[in-house]
Design a protein around this ligand. Sequence first.
Ligand code: ATP
Length: 296
Amino acid sequence: MTAPVETRRLTKRYGAVTAVDALDLTVRAGEVYGFLGPNGAGKTTTLRMLLGLVRPTSGEVRLFGAPPGRLDGVGALIEGPAFYPYLSGRDNLRVLARHAGVPADRIAAVLDQVELTGRARDRYATYSLGMKQRLGVAAALLKDPRLVVLDEPTNGLDPAGMADMRLLVRRLGAAGCTVLLSSHLMTEVQELCDRVGVIANGRLVAESTVAELRGDRTLRLVAAPLDAAAARARDLLGADAVRVTGDGLDLAVPPDRAAEVNAALVGAGIAVSELRACERSLEQAFFALTGGGTDD
Ligand SMILES: Nc1ncnc2c1ncn2[C@@H]1O[C@H](COP(=O)(O)OP(=O)(O)OP(=O)(O)O)[C@@H](O)[C@H]1O
């Protein structure tokens, strides 16, 4: 097992509560992996087990093939970063770098990476929440890790802070760093991640690319009269492929059949006012998988 992250049947019980239930997940080198689930699904517990902060009840964790705990090559922001409020951002990083045996020249590099160079001399206490969070990422990057683990990195941030953090994650990914981030925000995962693991009630209910999870693209049709449109579409595409929803039809066929569908309906004297390709949002896919929701 040499993937950045691999778990086998990873399980954590707290008394009667099974927080994480036989989780098998794999994060591949170089990808941005989104760990998605509603509050209380078991995300934080899983990340803490990955980092060796919580001992699993059973099952196994391997980071780059090794047991967790030896954190070289792994950077993490898992609980709110703890910094000295009266020290500057740079001095806080100096303290951490000294403690971790990291050369001092890394400090300027990581400040630059998280775009805090201009505010590096200011006291931590004067930072916005987004800046505090970015300093937390800077601390996680000090050792130039191959894997970065971020627990809900945009949680509590305002829209601008969220945008900054997402840009930072994208840059890390583009630079070849493997990123594992948890989130309860589907739009965020959809936007940022190459692959996603969906967790509900401690169980992994899906692990795939965002595109695979959304499933096949289909056609959406609005036409009048709708009954006649449905009948003609069933003749053409088969009854199973046609579903009446709201004021239109969902057609479970690839979008490249749009011209053919349009010609058939117009030929039958039906007025087609809308015909477009559509894909499930990750949200719809998530509902379909879990029957539950997130806070998005
Ligand atoms: N130390 C603990 N003792 C008892 N129960 C715990 C403990 N830590 C977590 N749990 C329980 O385990 C379950 C999963 O919690 P966890 O924090 O991992 O979920 P999460 O997906 O990270 O949610 P959130 O986004 O709210 O943090 C919850 O039911 C939680 O109450």
